[in-house]
Write a protein that binds this ligand. Structure first.
Ligand SMILES: [Zn+2]
Ligand SMILES: [Zn+2]
Length: 483
């Protein structure tokens, strides 16, 4: 499925629809939408560019020669300035219009307009130019892409995602689902379109151990079309109680590769899975795979990795479902260990909704610094850590199968809820954070911080920021689509 994919941020999308459908006489309207194009390769998966919305400009009245409920005619001359901005800021030009009549598809006139537009863009900006065409028919988005090198051909997209509080998916391939279909039970709960929606998605899971392996397995079994599993860790026999698909003889093997092999062996014809043996913050290859995904699961237990995934939420306009476990062991008076407290956590962070992992107290600067210190000095004692004003992260869990597995289940259920909202949360629970208490058997959320100054979730200043280096970290090198 090497068709391109479109991601629209909901704030921009809803303004756009208001504008398009707001003509006083019900005429067609048009607007420009700027996209960042992410064209990051993933070994053994088809290339599929992601176009992420950055900004829109409604057409000025002066640009329009005539319009009605079924046409809009405009002068290309006025768009030169916009083409210049595309070149200067390395953005892709998108042309958006609507069909007030409800005609649910691109028309011959649209073909003609797009051909003229891509010609004009390539005259100004060269033969590598692209054009994204978006159409709102009153109910749905339709989208397609043109390359300057073959201006007559339009390439249909795999889907258009609108990422807000939830994820709306348009333009995916509809699946025929009958009672015998592998996804029949799932379709019974969430509707037949649900399966086609999941098939259109590329999901990356960082971590292939206690929470990552059940998460990835469930995603595959629910027929997510493309799955990437990333882990640099080697399997140890003490992992056997919680790693799905693992065997005692796997000792020393890479966990991501084991997991991909296990899932391939399930034999799900519509699911592609690839494994990357890498540590996410050190691997340009893994970060490219991350950038190529529609949705991210954070199943790592390290602060450094989590901080990187948090950045990706904003740079790559990706929903992040981060799962983790925390707890504390104590000893009773006879010297036997017992779980004083133990919880699973699911944080759901969307580009425009939800508090970031810093504000949720899942990561903090001291814990991150401590991990970096421990990497260069793994034998640092607790005293040395204290003396350096460092501290180990609060989330440390003993690694018990049913707890890791249950937390992963909640994470995947939350993913379904993003796509097909079904949850009715009591007032005390937050959409962006659910804690599952395994000792006292309750669900809760921590109090919200509402930090308006937070550079991640408060100011949204990182949202669709241009990358000079991958995630603007020189250590990760420059992405190839930005040269
Ligand atoms: Zn049209
Ligand atoms: Zn924040």
């Amino acid at each position: 499925m090497n068709k391109p994919r479109i991601t629209l941020l909901e704030s921009l999308e809803s303004n756009l629809i208001d504008y398009l459908t707001g003509h006083p006489d019900g005429h067609e309207r048009a607007a420009i939408i700027f996209f960042r194009r992410l064209s990051r390769p993933v070994k053994n998966l088809p290339n599929s560019d992601r176009y992420i919305s950055v900004d829109t400009i409604p057409f000025d009245e002066k640009w329009i020669n005539s319009s009605s409920a079924s046409h809009i005619d405009f002068d290309l001359e006025h768009l030169r300035e916009v083409f210049r901005r595309c070149e200067e800021e390395d953005l892709v030009f998108g042309f958006v219009h609507n069909h007030p009549t409800g005609y649910a598809g691109f028309s011959d006139t649209d073909d003609c307009n797009e051909f003229n537009l891509i010609q004009a863009i390539s005259n100004r900006n060269g033969l590598d130019s692209k054009l994204v065409a978006l159409l709102w028919d009153g109910k749905q988005w339709h989208a397609r892409v043109r390359n300057a090198q073959s201006p007559h051909d339009s390439i249909p997209v795999r889907h258009t995602l609108v990422v807000g509080k939830h994820i709306k998916i348009y333009g995916y391939q509809i699946e025929e689902i009958d009672d015998k279909h592998a996804s029949a039970r799932q379709a019974a709960a969430f509707g037949k379109p649900f399966v086609g929606m999941l098939k259109s998605l590329r999901v990356i899971v960082i971590g292939a151990s206690g929470t990552g392996s059940p998460t990835t397995t469930l995603l595959a079994r629910s027929s997510v079309g493309e799955i990437i599993t990333v882990d640099n860790d080697k399997f140890d026999p003490t992992n056997i109680n919680r790693v799905r698909g693992s065997k005692t003889r796997d000792k020393g093997r890479n966990k991501a590769e084991m997991l991909a092999e296990f899932i391939k062996d399930i034999d799900l014809p519509s699911v592609e899975i690839v494994a990357i043996d890498a540590l996410i913050d050190k691997s340009p290859e893994a970060v490219d795979a991350l950038a190529s995904a529609d949705i991210v699961f954070g199943c790592t237990d390290d602060q450094i990795g989590r901080e990187l995934l948090l950045n990706a939420v904003y740079y790559y306009a990706q929903p992040l479902i981060d799962v983790g476990l925390g707890g504390d062991l104590d000893e009773d008076k006879d010297g036997n260990p017992y779980l004083r407290y133990h919880f699973g956590r699911v944080s759901t962070i969307l580009p425009e909704y939800g508090e970031c992992l810093f504000c949720q107290d899942v990561i903090n600067e001291t814990w991150i610094r401590t991990e970096f210190e421990l990497r260069s000095n793994p034998n640092m004692s607790d005293e040395e850590i204290k003396a350096k004003y460092l501290q180990k992260s609060g989330e440390n869990a003993p690694g018990v199968g049913p707890f890791t597995s249950a937390t992963a289940d909640y994470g995947v259920a939350g993913f379904y809820n993003l796509i097909r909202p079904y949850r009715v949360l009591p007032e005390e629970l937050r959409n962006d954070q659910i804690l599952i208490d395994f000792v006292y058997m309750s669900l809760s959320s921590r109090e919200q911080k509402n930090n308006k100054e937070c550079p991640y979730c408060g100011t949204h200043s990182l949202l669709v920021k241009k990358e000079k280096y991958r995630l603007n970290r020189p250590s990760l090198g420059k992405p190839n689509d930005n040269n």
